[in-house]
Structure formats: structure tokens, C-alpha cells
Design a protein around this ligand. Structure first.
Ligand code: MG
Length: 366
């Protein structure tokens, strides 16, 4: 069970807070990785600005002014990336999160609060329509089949990612196809595959008391992947806290959007409705504004909730939260790290390929 630390932004579940590092790669020391990540951000940024201008146009803002701000944002962020490339030592700590925070700062300064707002809303609507069928299919399965299907659902949902260049291009003009993705998932064993010990744990052990789930993207990711997994845990008797970003970042679902989505889901699903009414399913803002997460910088509200709640299962979902950060972090409760790989650098570091999937299950004992 978690104990409260004195630092009110550190997630109490971290096993060794003094030695915790969100991102394992120090980009000062790793020039190849530094170049890779700076290049990833550089290649992706124009599509982000395109989305930002689309939102401005939709909101009736002056198009020429939006274009100008986008140009300023690009020049400013690219100049910052150049300096990161040539003078990494000016940071006390330089990792992928450093670049994430810089990007968000530039966007806000340019007046772009939530560039993916329209894209998220569109994908949320499409996913909500599919959800009743997805839940009915899960409910018709026998327990063993269902335990695997909810894990595969998390992988299939996680492909919806406008923050990775490989998938951003794919989804720019295409409606996401959750079912096709499910059918095309790689065969087991996955590149990281702890599914069997997890299934053993489900069969042999008591239900977890309370799960804390860090969710990733809006749309099918949260609606068709994470909410069904939360629902599965609720049905087993586990209480669930879902935490999402406080501030917008790429197409990650925000805390406010998550609340609206759960209201919509509650209208069509009795399990979620009942759990919300009983206080068994709660949400909390994570305090985060990046696609990765530093778990020593979460919201005091989340820290307080976790401290009170007796969380014994932590779920970190998505490439940013589970692989690019926190992959090597250890926790004092059972932990699941689940993601689909959408970046070649991440794939290489795990010895896998693009679109490989990761399911890591850890116990505090090791
Ligand atoms: Mg994301």
C-alpha cells in the first residue's frame, strides 16, 4: 500500500523516489539519440501547426494572423531545437521531456491552446458510436478469452496517435479502423510479453483493490481500449481511478474531455454508470501537459487521491508514458506498462519493429 511522501507532487507509488528518473536517456550524453529525437520533433511540428490553424479557422479567428503565429512558432521552436542540438549542456537535465515542454511553451506563446481539439472531438464521436458493439462482444466472451481481448483492445486503440509521425500521416485523411487494427496485431510472443504471468495473476489472485490508470490518447485509444479495460477491472471488483493530462498536449485526452466521455459512456453502459454512481470509478487530473510523464510532477489532487486509496495496481498506457518515460521505473505495487510502438528509435531500443506491442507486467517483488 502506498504511503504519502512529503513532496506533494510525487506519485506515492514510486518505489525509490530519490533515484527516480522519468526518462532514462540523458540526451546530453547520447548524441545519436539526441539527433533522432530532435529530428522527430522537427518533422512532426508542421503537421501540428496545420491542425492548430484549422482550429483557429473553425473558431472564426483571422486566418492571416493564425498563419503568422504559426510561422513564428515554427521559427522559434526550430531555433530552440537547433540550440538543443548544438548546446545540450546548457540544460541541467536534457531528455525527451525537455523537448516536449519547450514545444508546449512555444505553442501557448503563439496562442495555440489545443491544436488537436477538432481531431480529438471527431475521433471521440466515432469511437463512442462503436463502443456498445465492442462491449457487447466482450461480454459475450468466456472469461479467459475476455482477459486477452481487453489487452488487445488497449493495443489496437493505442495506434490512434497523431503525435507520432508514422501514424499522424496515416490518420490525417483516414478514419481510424479499430477492428482492422485488432485483426492485424502482431502474433505472440510480443516484443515485451508478460501476458501469461498477468493472466495467471488474474486467475489465481484476488481482485485488486484499486487500480490507477494513466491514459494516453483521445478517440479509440481511451474509448475502445482503456475504458473497456477499466470496465473489465470494475467487473472483477476493482475500483478504478483514471487519470488524464490536465492541459492539452497533442491528441492526448484531457481530464475535462475524459469526464465528458465517461458521461457519454454512462448513458449507454450500465457497468460504467453504476460504478460512477457508486464512486467506484473516479477521475483525477494528472497535472501533466506532455505526452510523456514525469511522475514526480503530478497534481497534488492525484497524489492525495492515491495516498488515500490503497492503489495496488498501476497501469501506464501509451508509448510516451510507458516506454519513452517510466519504462525502467519501479513501483511499490503491481504495474502494467502497455503500448504500441510508433517510433523507430523506440522500436530499436526494445529490439522490435514499428507497430510491435509491449505488455510489461511487474510486481514489487520483481
Ligand atoms: Mg499520446
Amino acid at each position: 500500500m502506498a504511503e504519502l511522501t512529503t513532496d506533494d507532487t510525487t506519485l506515492p507509488l514510486i518505489a525509490d523516489p530519490a533515484n527516480y528518473l522519468a526518462c532514462q536517456w540523458d540526451l546530453c550524453e547520447l548524441p545519436d539519440k539526441r539527433r533522432h529525437w530532435i529530428d522527430v520533433f522537427r518533422r512532426h511540428f508542421p503537421s501540428l501547426l496545420e491542425q492548430a490553424c484549422r482550429v483557429e479557422e473553425h473558431d472564426g479567428k483571422d486566418a492571416a494572423d493564425a498563419e503568422q503565429r504559426a510561422t513564428w512558432a515554427k521559427e522559434t521552436f526550430f531555433a530552440e531545437l537547433d540550440r538543443m542540438e548544438t548546446e545540450p549542456e546548457r540544460f541541467t537535465r536534457f531528455d525527451i521531456l525537455t523537448i516536449c515542454y519547450a514545444r508546449e511553451r512555444v505553442l501557448r506563446e503563439a496562442g495555440f491552446d489545443d491544436p488537436y481539439r477538432l481531431a480529438k472531438a471527431k475521433e471521440n464521436d466515432a469511437a463512442i458510436k462503436l463502443l456498445p458493439d465492442v462491449l457487447a462482444e466482450l461480454d459475450a466472451m468466456d472469461p479467459a478469452e475476455r482477459a486477452v481481448a481487453v489487452v488487445k483492445g488497449m493495443f489496437a486503440g493505442n495506434i490512434f496517435d497523431l503525435g507520432a509521425t508514422s501514424t499522424a500521416e496515416r490518420f490525417q485523411n483516414e478514419q481510424v479502423d479499430f477492428r482492422a487494427t485488432l485483426a492485424q496485431l502482431p502474433d505472440r510472443p510480443w516484443v515485451v510479453d508478460d501476458l501469461d504471468p498477468w493472466l495467471d495473476r488474474l486467475r489465481a489472485g484476488e481482485a485488486h483493490e484499486r487500480a490507477l490508470m494513466f491514459v494516453d490518447n483521445a478517440g479509440p485509444d481511451v474509448v475502445l481500449g482503456m475504458i473497456p479495460f477499466a470496465r473489465y477491472l470494475l467487473q472483477r471488483g476493482t475500483n478504478v481511478i483514471i487519470t488524464a493530462n490536465t492541459e492539452p498536449s497533442l491528441n492526448d485526452v484531457t481530464h475535462d474531455e475524459l469526464g465528458e466521455l465517461l458521461e457519454q459512456v454512462a448513458e449507454v453502459d450500465g457497468v460504467i454508470r453504476g460504478a460512477m454512481a457508486a464512486g467506484r470509478l473516479e477521475t483525477a487530473p494528472s497535472g501533466n501537459n506532455a505526452p510523456l510523464i514525469d511522475l514526480t510532477r503530478v497534481s497534488p489532487e492525484l497524489v492525495a487521491k492515491v495516498g488515500e486509496a490503497g492503489v495496488d495496481l498501476l497501469v501506464l498506457e501509451g508509448m510516451g508514458r510507458a516506454l519513452e518515460s517510466n519504462f525502467f521505473a519501479r513501483f511499490n505495487c503491481e504495474t502494467i506498462k502497455v503500448a504500441m510502438i510508433k517510433d523507430r528509435g523506440v522500436a530499436e531500443s526494445l529490439g522490435g519493429e514499428l507497430y510491435d506491442v509491449v505488455f510489461r507486467y511487474e510486481t514489487p517483488e520483481g
